[in-house]
Design a protein around this ligand. Sequence first.
Ligand code: TYC
Length: 105
Amino acid sequence: MSDTVIKPRTRARTRVAAKTGRPRLHKVILINDDYTPREFVVTVLKGEFRMTDDQAYKVMLTAHQRGVCVVAVFTKDVAETKATRATDAGRAKGYPLLFTTEPEE
Ligand code: TYC
């Protein structure tokens, strides 16, 4: 029995911060565009990120004025899932609304 048996990994490797031992967090970033209605952006932020009307309006306005705004931070999986769902909500209405993710330093 000289065959090498490689034990499969059952869980994706999770990158952890060196100091804390906790998973690194990833930012969800809202990107401005010229076409998506402001009110729709606010609705998506409230629905996908559990924001109040005030919080969502401020985030939308910051992206509108500065080009981008950090929406929130999550573990990698959650950030990517929420960014995809929020982007798809815009696409379903024909809007170019875009949410991206990037790791925190
Ligand atoms: N700029 C858009 C408008 O004037 C509104 C908007 C804000 C769109 C933020 C996207 O991430 C965004 N209708």
